[in-house]
Design a protein. Structure first.
Length: 318
């Protein structure tokens, strides 16, 4: 008997569409994009039901549970790609301001109060099983920028309403997928107050929308949406070789500094994260643990200034 084809990640596809409201899946003709992995799932954990007087076999074993609250959450790992990354930035920050006529500059700014809900569909069994995740909102985006091999990736954390399975796509007839234009994980430029930073080994960045479930009753088992009542936050860490006290002085001064983190392969193919006001937290600096060279770990958090958003991301592409 010959071998049989089984579902595998290589045959998976991701489509998405923008919804008109939280509960209604997006209409047809979705957009196709790239991803590395996903873990979206609707969960409804059981809860103990301490009912008394029910029929039972004995007085020790557990009885049937009750359903818990339903929720949808998970992560999608996506490429930091100058053609595809804007899809996720729009979900995280809202629509950009676009200028130029090729190359184009798409500027995304934090602080937006109106963010899109999306339907995200994964084709998990080729042509036969499609998992649609409805009411998806970008909760956070995080990535490491340590020098490494391969292409740079980022994790988008998602919250949403519900997941449903269909035997056929609801994505309609998507347009041709945009060309891939990934950015190397070996290249990055960090600027502090406009000057290229030296002796930096890498770090991490997390931007969080901090959404909260709208628990308003709506006649379904699901939330009524998500509220953006909490402040958005930007935070991260930086690792560096201890050569002099430049970074120690920045840390102890406690004053905000401007940071830019640039990933690019050319002047017309780059992505720049800009945070105009970042403060380094005071902490241990370059602790000594042996006879070798010393390294320092600095944690930071961003804030808005009187004239600028906490974070902007500029995507330059063709």
């Amino acid at each position: 008997m010959p071998t049989a084809a089984t579902p595998r990640g290589k045959t998976a596809n991701l489509l998405f569409g923008t919804q008109a409201d939280f509960a209604t899946p997006a209409p047809v003709d979705y957009i196709r994009t790239l991803f590395y992995s996903e873990s979206l799932a609707e969960t409804s954990p059981f809860e103990d039901d301490a009912i008394l007087g029910t029929a039972r076999d004995n007085n020790r074993d557990a009885t049937a549970p009750a359903d818990g609250l339903a929720s949808l959450a998970g992560d999608i790992v996506v490429p930091v790609d100058v053609n595809h990354f804007a899809y996720w930035l729009t979900m995280l920050l809202g629509a950009p301001v676009t200028t130029g006529a090729g190359p184009y500059e798409h500027v995304f700014s934090s602080g937006g109060e109106v963010l899109p809900y999306r339907t995200i569909e994964f084709e998990k069994r080729a042509g036969a099983a499609f998992f649609q995740n409805v009411g998806c909102l970008a909760s956070s985006l995080s990535f490491d920028w340590t020098r490494s091999g391969g292409f740079r990736q980022t994790t988008v954390s998602i919250v949403g309403r519900n997941q449903q399975k269909t035997a056929a796509t609801v994505g309609g007839a998507p347009a041709a997928i945009l060309a891939r234009s990934p950015l190397s994980a070996a290249q990055a430029v960090l600027r502090i107050n406009g000057v290229s930073a030296a002796h930096v080994l890498g770090g991490s960045v997390t931007y969080a929308n901090n959404p909260e479930e709208d628990a308003s009753i709506n006649g379904t088992p699901y939330a009524s949406g998500y509220l953006l009542d909490q402040d958005a936050t930007a935070s991260g860490a930086m690792q560096l070789r201890y050569v002099d006290e430049t970074y120690f002085d920045l840390m102890t001064a406690g004053d905000p500094v401007a940071i830019e983190l640039e990933f690019g392969s050319a002047a017309d193919a780059k992505i720049v994260f800009a945070l105009p006001a970042v403060r380094f937290e005071k902490g241990a600096f370059a602790p000594i643990s042996g006879p070798g060279g010393l390294q320092a770990d600095l944690n930071w958090r961003g804030e808005q200034s009187a004239a600028a958003a906490m974070m902007t991301v500029t995507v330059t592409n063709q």
